[in-house]
Design a protein around this ligand. Structure first.
Ligand code: ADP
Ligand code: ZN
Length: 726
């Protein structure tokens, strides 16, 4: 080490980057790179990896090559470096011939400190020749997990990096990644021929993130509620497909959320505009495919929601990692349904067999993670090879809510035995089949039905055993075989346990299918089956009271669907109430007051978590037809004429008018009805409705059918509802 180099590092940190101190292990890492050694950096997103190669690149003689897969990211970093006066350049397919010549010239002149190269540019013959002549200080391989087929973002060109840079001489390599399971770590080290390299692995624990998985039931309603409760805060909502992105963004928008969509199918300038709007806080929420967020550095994202299940735990960790970079408590929520896993599996159907298997393998882990009742943090950290010893993290749904525990020592023993007797060569499915005593082809072909453990767990189903296998793994009684994905091996701890067992507390899996209400039917309007039964009863009682006071039948005040929706959405202001199905402005004003007061008191007394403005509205505005009909009635046009001009049957028009009326709009049909029925006859029908149990037309026709046509009764019902109910 040169004298004063230490000083140089610190002063460069201050001078160029403006920081006073290094973070975590940055200094040791940089020292290792300065010493010309291979270096392996595994650090969660946002921890400060870039500095680990940027700073030594500046201080060292020559040009550092940075290999990075993302062109957008590259430009961003180059801009940042240039802004602080460092000569950084990139070499990728977006450059013109002239620009490439310039980059090469400056590099060969030794002026460029950092040269960012896309992997596909690195493999180009012309570039290889050029790089051979350059004075290269070291090569940084960013997003190094792209080397591994077992990572979540495999890039075949990445596997060629080492063979190419070997030709440049004996140049040290720095590999950096934010996600690497032990298996992927091994792949990286092997492939870059740097197995001896010192590994700098920071903890993956994001202490300020609160993890939560919610069953995907009434997901839209849950989503809008969550977003409204975090009004004014920045959040990202991830969806699986472009179409879903559009749909959810539109849905949030009609519900008054300040939101913008982002996905690769959008026009580039609109996409950029939306990204900027999010960064500048002109919009609160961005709904995006996972393409969004890579390389963006917004420190105060307060929540990340996976509206659809993620493709892998690595991806999930990365995406959720975009929340709370500033260290302040932030929430990450996954809406989970097994259906999403199946959907994702279908996306892979055109891939090669190996790719498909890898993808399925990663998806399995997501499903297991979601179903498990074990601390989310413990599961995530274990996935990245880190042991988490704390029992209760107090910041995940499984730790915060009461889960059902049971003594699992005996079960763990069976799993370890099964792994041992099958000679550490089989995966979860095989072991589960074996324990429940299922004679699968595999089990039979290895004569595993002859083993003592065969059928030893037949009192439980495969699902139960898969959960036990997972928890046996989390307890480190078995471990994953790095060479053979999916296969389990024994650990010393597991072998000791067989001889000298002890108590092992296990947690029951979630059963999302039976927890809570039935599966959401994705429809435009809100599903009202999940209403608050207590409140509903109270509303109904109040309706009766009000009806009596006003001397009207109860159904005239509010109808069932309106009451159910009120018991779901807890409207507490006139504006809220007007948005309830079947309640128009005049009805709300006429009857609403005592109901609003009661709901407010109820919400208050019962500490109900509700944003008063949570009102799920469907996107479809009043149809053109409806507006037309209302206008025509205002102009006192005869119904036959309206029907004709809209090419509707007369009955169909009446149905439309009924819908309008029951949707809360007051209509005056007197001009038309007065031609049909004289006052006496009108009174006769009105009397009936005034005293009827319900507004059913069938019931009405039983009483009135002898004297009146159905059309007449229906029209009178509209008149009656308009006069009394609105
Ligand atoms: P990563 O690549 O690991 O996701 P970045 O390199 O983008 O993370 O760094 C994340 C943020 O941390 C950036 O805003 C960066 O400027 C900041 N940062 C990095 N090192 C330090 C440091 N020593 N002191 C303060 N801030 C730092
Ligand atoms: Zn926890």
């Amino acid at each position: 080490m040169e004298i004063g180099e230490d000083n140089t590092l610190k002063s460069t940190l201050k001078k160029v980057f403006g920081y006073d101190t290094f973070r975590g292990t940055q200094e040791q890492i940089i020292q290792n790179v300065m010493d010309g050694k291979n270096t392996f950096v595994i650090m969660p997103t946002g921890a400060g990896k870039s500095l680990c190669y940027q700073l030594p690149a500046i201080v060292k003689d020559g040009t550092a090559i940075v290999i990075s897969p993302l062109i957008a990211l590259m430009k961003n970093q180059v801009d940042q470096m240039n802004a602080v006066g460092i000569n950084a350049k990139f070499l990728n397919s977006t450059l013109s011939k002239g620009e490439i010549t310039k980059v090469k010239k400056e590099t060969l002149a030794g002026e460029v400190k950092l040269l960012y190269v896309a992997p596909e540019s690195l493999t180009k013959e012309a570039n290889i020749d050029f790089l051979k002549q350059a004075n290269i200080s070291f090569v940084a391989v960013d997003e190094a997990h792209c080397i591994s087929e077992w990572g979540h973002d495999f890039r075949p060109e990445y596997r060629r990096i080492k063979s190419i840079i070997k030709d440049f001489g004996d140049i040290p390599v720095v590999a950096l990644t934010a996600t690497a399971t032990p298996k992927v770590q091994m792949d990286i080290a092997k492939n870059l021929e740097m197995e001896e390299a010192q590994v700098f692995q920071s903890s993956f624990n994001r202490t300020n993130l609160i993890y939560e998985v919610k069953p995907k039931k009434q997901a839209k309603k849950q989503l809008v509620k969550f977003v409204k409760e975090h009004k004014g805060e920045s959040g990202i909502v991830y969806c699986l497909s472009r179409k879903k992105v559009e749909e959810i963004a539109e849905f949030l928008k009609v519900n008054g959320v300040n939101v913008a969509p982002y996905h690769a199918g959008m026009e580039a300038n609109i996409r950029m505009k939306n990204q900027d709007a999010f960064l500048n806080e002109d919009v609160d929420v961005i709904v995006a495919t996972i393409a969004f967020g890579m390389g963006i550095d917004k420190p105060d994202v307060r929540y990340v929601i996976h509206y659809d299940a993620p493709k892998s735990i690595e991806g999930y960790y990365q995406e959720t990692g975009r929340a709370g970079r500033d260290g302040i408590t932030s929430k990450v929520v996954m809406f989970y349904s097994y259906n999403d896993i199946l959907k994702l599996e279908k996306f892979n159907k055109d891939k090669s067999v190996t790719e498909r298997e890898n993808a399925r393998f990663l998806l399995d882990e997501v499903a297991l993670y979601a179903d498990s009742g074990v601390c989310r943090r413990k599961q995530l950290l274990h996935y990245f090879g880190e042991e988490w010893k704390v029992d209760n993290c107090e910041a995940c749904d499984n730790c915060l809510h009461e889960r059902q525990h049971f003594e699992g020592g005996e079960y763990a023993k069976l799993v370890i035995e099964a792994v041992r007797l099958t000679e550490e060569r089989f995966d979860r499915n095989h072991i589960a089949s074996l324990l429940v005593g299922e004679k699968t082809e595999h089990v039979l072909s290895y004569s595993h039905d002859q083993l003592s453990v065969f059928g030893a767990g037949k009192d439980h189903d495969q699902r139960f055993w898969k959960s036990i296998i997972r928890q046996t793994l989390l307890n480190e009684f078995i471990k994953k075989d790095i060479e053979h994905p999916g296969v389990f091996q024994l650990t010393q701890k597991g072998l000791d346990f067989l001889v000298d067992p002890f108590k092992v507390e296990m947690v029951k899996d979630h059963e999302y299918e039976s927890e809570g209400e039935e599966e959401e039917i994705e429809k435009e309007t809100i599903n009202t089956t999940a209403y608050d039964k207590n409140l509903y009863d109270m509303i109904k009682a109040l309706r009766k009271k009000v009806a009596k006071e006003k001397d009207l039948p109860p159904y005239v005040i509010f109808q069932e669907p309106s009451m159910e929706e009120m018991a779901t959405l807890y409207p507490m202001t006139m504006d809220d109430l007007i948005k309830i199905v079947g309640v128009g402005e005049s009805k709300a004003r006429k009857f609403g007051k005592p109901f609003l007061a009661m709901i407010e008191k109820y919400v208050d007394e019962n500490d109900i978590m509700t944003a008063s403005d949570v009102l799920v509205k469907s996107s479809g505005a009043k149809s053109k037809n409806k507006i037309f009909i209302i206008q025509q009635i205002d102009r006192q046009i005869d119904l036959e004429e309206i029907a004709e001009s809209k090419d509707l049957k007369y009955e169909a028009l009446i149905t439309e008018i009924e819908n309008i009326c029951y949707g809360g709009t007051k209509l005056n049909l007197d001009y038309y009805i007065d031609q049909l029925l004289d006052d006496d006859r009108q009174d006769d029908i009105t009397d009936y409705f005034m005293n009827a149990e319900s507004d059913s037309i069938e019931a009405a026709m039983e009483e009135l059918g002898e004297y009146y046509s159905e059309d007449e009764v229906r029209l009178m019902r509209i008149k009656f509802m308009s006069e009394h109910a609105h």
